[in-house]
Design a binder for this molecule. Structure first.
Ligand SMILES: Cc1cc2nc3c(=O)[nH]c(=O)nc-3n(C[C@H](O)[C@H](O)[C@H](O)COP(=O)(O)OP(=O)(O)OC[C@H]3O[C@@H](n4cnc5c(N)ncnc54)[C@H](O)[C@@H]3O)c2cc1C
Length: 434
């Protein structure tokens, strides 16, 4: 079916290149997308109609919820779900349209005294983050976002609308919790919210010279912290006078300012502490703004899930921070509730991880191949300690990335579900199952 000949019930929300509606829908975070058509349905029924039209036109489908997944979409159709963004709260259950962003969800839950753990940034979309797992401010307290997921509305490759949960097709429900956008278009989710805790936020800044001892003290705190303590440690290169090089601990805990001071005592004792802020906060205020998109650098790196931070891993991380290529490091504490879910309970299987380590060299856009290769070589020392990759944080794609996202048995199980629900492979997910 030519795109100029779309049926009347689809053409009002189908946009081709050259129209402003196309440009808005095709926008992805730090990545161009050039699909043949953008379909922007406003209801689940319209999503089902859009899928049927794509199938009969022979167009592969990529789905966009919040557009932060950055998977380039060179051809085929892009179904933009930004219009399906309603959030309603009934009792402790949030019914969420996947086109909502996490700031919307936090804002809708706050008046009910409830929270759902999501990610750190308010503008990230619900759809992509949930389907890949969801590592956020309360990950050690409530697990991944998928661990609170109770039901999913899905449009299948056949254009049917289905409800999927622990009773209704449990194997597909398992696959959708970590298996990404491989199985259909998810339109709505039901998530069990938790009572909003009294939180204290600790923000500590350090001189670059403190990096090694800071990382050691951070790990000492996080390795023995109760589930109610969550934290990231970032080590930044010298990007601009506005953002001087150094370490930044961001730690959130349930409790009082006094209790927070006790928990972070080893961090306050690190030589090179240059700033300190410890104050009560609300969960919704933790969701930060979108980082700038127009940074004139290429990010070369990735992430690994690590079972622990050995002394050798700490040495290698410190060497990476002090190396030739300006490198951004981020460590996030896992464990707690995240680690109490069995590796086979959801398609996100790497539950033994206690740290997520992200390392990205910030290189000029025209960096020569040998500089890129040297940056990757330096990172390999750290990444060698990992047991897997968190797909949502991986800008790289391909069979090797997918194989690191899932242990072999999990990947095989995901492929079996894919073959059943999308036998012709019409859904082009950010991370294919290969
Ligand atoms: C600035 C920034 C901050 C981030 N912070 C965090 C964080 O704190 N924690 C965390 O866990 N992750 C974080 N991420 C990663 C984020 O989870 C992924 O990028 C995620 O894919 C974004 O979801 P989205 O809906 O915005 O993306 P999209 O680009 O819309 O989607 C990404 C992919 O998910 C699939 N998909 C999306 N929606 C659907 C759907 N409704 N049905 C079927 N498939 C779908 C598609 O394969 C799509 O290509 C961050 C990313 C950015 C850019």
């Amino acid at each position: 079916m030519p795109l100029t000949d779309l049926p009347d019930h689809v053409s009002p929300f189908a946009f081709v290149p050259g129209t402003p509606e196309y440009d808005g829908g095709a926008h992805l975070f730090r990545a161009p997308a050039t699909p043949e058509v953008v379909l922007r349905p406003r209801t689940t029924e319209e999503v089902a109609a859009a899928v049927r039209v794509c199938v009969s036109a022979g167009l592969r489908i990529q789905v966009r919820s919040g557009g932060h997944g950055s998977a380039p979409c060179p051809d085929g159709a892009l179904i933009d779900l930004s219009g399906l963004d309603g959030v309603t709260v009934t009792g402790s259950t949030a019914e969420i349209g996947v086109g909502a962003v996490w700031a919307d969800v936090a804002a809708a839950l706050a008046p009910h005294g409830l929270v759902v753990t999501s990610g750190d940034t308010g503008s990230v979309g619900v759809g992509g983050l949930v389907l890949g797992g969801g590592i956020g401010w309360l990950v050690r307290t409530h697990g991944l976002t998928i661990d609170s997921l109770r039901g999913i509305e899905l449009v299948t490759a056949a254009g049917q609308i289905r409800m999927v949960d622990a009773q209704e097709d449990p194997e597909l429900f398992w696959a959708l919790r970590g298996g990404g956008g491989n199985f259909g278009v998810v339109t709505r989710l039901w998530i069990e919210a938790a009572p909003a805790p009294d939180l204290v936020r600790v923000e500590l800044g350090y001189e670059p010279s403190a990096t090694r001892s800071l990382m050691e003290a951070w790990w000492q705190v996080m390795a023995q912290a109760p589930d109610t303590v969550n934290s990231t440690l970032a080590v930044m290169p010298d990007i601009s006078p506005q953002f001087p090089a150094g370490g930044l601990v961001d730690l959130v805990l349930e409790g009082t300012v006094g209790e927070a001071r006790e928990v972070v005592a080893p961090l306050l004792a690190v030589d090179g502490l240059r700033s300190e802020r410890i104050e009560p906060c609300r969960y919704a205020d933790l969701l930060g703004p979108t980082p700038p998109e127009d940074i004139p650098v290429t990010f070369v790196g990735g992430n690994r899930l690590l079972p622990e931070l050995t002394s050798e891993a700490l040495d290698r991380l410190a060497a990476l921070a002090a190396g030739d290529a300006p490198t951004m490091l981020m460590l996030r504490g896992l464990g707690g509730a995240f680690g109490r879910v069995g590796g086979e309970e959801t398609a996100f299987a790497h539950r033994d991880a206690r740290v997520l380590a992200v390392a990205n060299a910030l290189l000029p856009a025209d960096a020569p191949e040998e500089v890129i290769a040297a940056a990757r070589e330096a990172q390999a020392g750290v990444f060698g300690h990992g047991t897997g990759i968190y797909g949502n944080f991986s800008l790289d794609r391909g069979p090797e990335v997918t194989a690191a996202m899932y242990p072999p048995a999990t990947l095989e199980r995901l492929r079996t579900v894919k073959a059943r629900v999308d036998p012709d492979g019409i859904f082009a997910a950010a991370h294919a199952l290969y």
